[in-house]
Design a protein around this ligand. Structure first.
Ligand SMILES: NC(=O)c1ccc[n+]([C@@H]2O[C@H](COP(=O)([O-])OP(=O)(O)OC[C@H]3O[C@@H](n4cnc5c(N)ncnc54)[C@H](OP(=O)(O)O)[C@@H]3O)[C@@H](O)[C@H]2O)c1
Length: 336
């Protein structure tokens, strides 16, 4: 592989978790949504690892872990060692009462003996069929019930004891929910995966998790330009078209996506950009090792936050006539 197609993994910044473990400060997303087939995503995982990625963000609900397992097998055959990789997976909403079975299934599909990180994908145990409309509601849907979540969390803790997962974490949480989990957990979350991009910086939650020794993992780091129409609303803004991002990209001679990735890593979160195009995923990885954004750039990007949540989660609502805001505890109270 030519040098310009590869980045030395040792040069990629790392995050130190409260356990003392180190996690690469950028990962490859693997949610192909409606546009990238499992084989295409698996080819990207193989190509990305050979290009220097060491952190892969998977989930059972993405429907491609068995193919990604094939990619791992190939790179192991080429000499990459299991310990060099940081692999995350997640339990989906309909398996909160079978965390151990769900984790074992992901391990089998991925062809691994342990995960570096296992997350509760969403705090709601509400199933909906993949690809359904945002107006679809499950008749069995429930609000966040802390006692139920903690039952799930106990099984997550068991995974650590069983050495099936080295770390456990949360995703799509809010400050009120995390406060309860921090109060009641025997093993506190090592990370919280959350939507983070220049137009959605979530400063309070970002500060809260870091203040509690939890690393923020940032999803949709470049504003998820490939998300399907059902996940778009007329008010959504486009990070990559923001004049501040465009101007920095022009000055550095890079794509605006690269500026979003640079900003994320420099701010202190761990972005997990998705791409199936070698040119793009290599550019994103290289963004973490090249000249830093200036303090002026960082201040300018801090000012363009538009509080624009893209992944609103409407399908997880549990009553008719609710608004997606009810999922996110905006007034500091958990909605029931
Ligand atoms: N925990 C959760 O609930 C949750 C929710 C959503 C997402 N996630 C995770 O986060 C990952 C990332 O989120 P996402 O996939 O929605 O959005 P994203 O990473 O913000 O955007 C991905 C899109 O950006 C394009 N892109 C990537 N790098 C580029 C570059 N350098 N130049 C130009 N275009 C570029 C890709 O197209 P090409 O393929 O054409 O390059 C792809 O369409 C997911 O894959 C998944 O692993 C987690």
């Amino acid at each position: 592989m030519a040098n310009e197609e590869r980045v030395d993994p040792d040069l990629v910044p790392k995050r130190k978790l409260y356990s003392g473990a180190t996690m690469p400060a950028i990962g490859l997303g693997t949610f192909g949504s409606d546009h990238a087939a499992p084989e295409e995503v698996a080819a990207a995982v193989k190509g990305a690892i050979l290009a220097g990625y060491r952190h892969i963000d998977c989930a059972s609900v993405y429907g491609n872990e068995d193919r990604i397992g094939g990619a791992f097998e190939e790179v192991f055959r080429l000499g990459i060692r299991r310990e060099e990789l940081w692999v995350t997976s997640k339990v989906w909403n309909d398996r909160h009462d079978d965390v151990i079975g769900s984790c074992r299934k992901s391990l089998k599909d991925l062809g691994l003996g342990y995960l570096d990180m296992y997350l509760v994908h969403w705090p709601f145990p509400n199933f909906h069929p993949p690809g359904c409309s945002v107006d679809a509601r499950s008749p069995d849907a429930k609000s966040y019930i802390h006692e139920s979540f903690m039952k799930t969390w106990r099984s997550m803790e068991r995974l650590v004891e069983m050495r099936l997962a080295r770390h456990i974490g949360t995703s799509n949480m809010t400050i009120p929910k995390l406060k309860l989990v921090l109060r009641d957990a025997a093993i506190k979350p090592a990370v919280n995966e959350m939507e983070l991009h220049p137009h959605f910086q979530q400063p309070e939650l970002f500060d809260f998790v870091r203040g509690n020794g939890i690393e923020p993992i940032g999803y949709c780091p470049i504003g998820s330009p490939g998300r399907p129409p059902r996940d778009r609303t007329p008010d959504d803004t486009v990070d990559m078209e923001d004049p501040v991002i465009v101007e920095i990209a022009r000055r550095l001679g890079v794509h605006p996506a690269v500026v979003c990735v640079k900003w994320a890593v420099q701010r202190g979160q761990t972005p997990i950009p998705f791409s199936t195009k070698p040119r793009n995923y290599v550019a994103n990885l290289r963004a973490t090792t090249t000249e830093a954004l200036t303090n002026g750039d960082m201040r300018a990007i801090a000012r363009i936050d538009r509080n624009c949540r893209l992944i609103k989660g409407q399908v997880f609502l549990w009553k008719e006539d609710q608004s997606w805001e009810d999922l996110w505890d905006l007034d500091g109270e958990i909605k029931s």
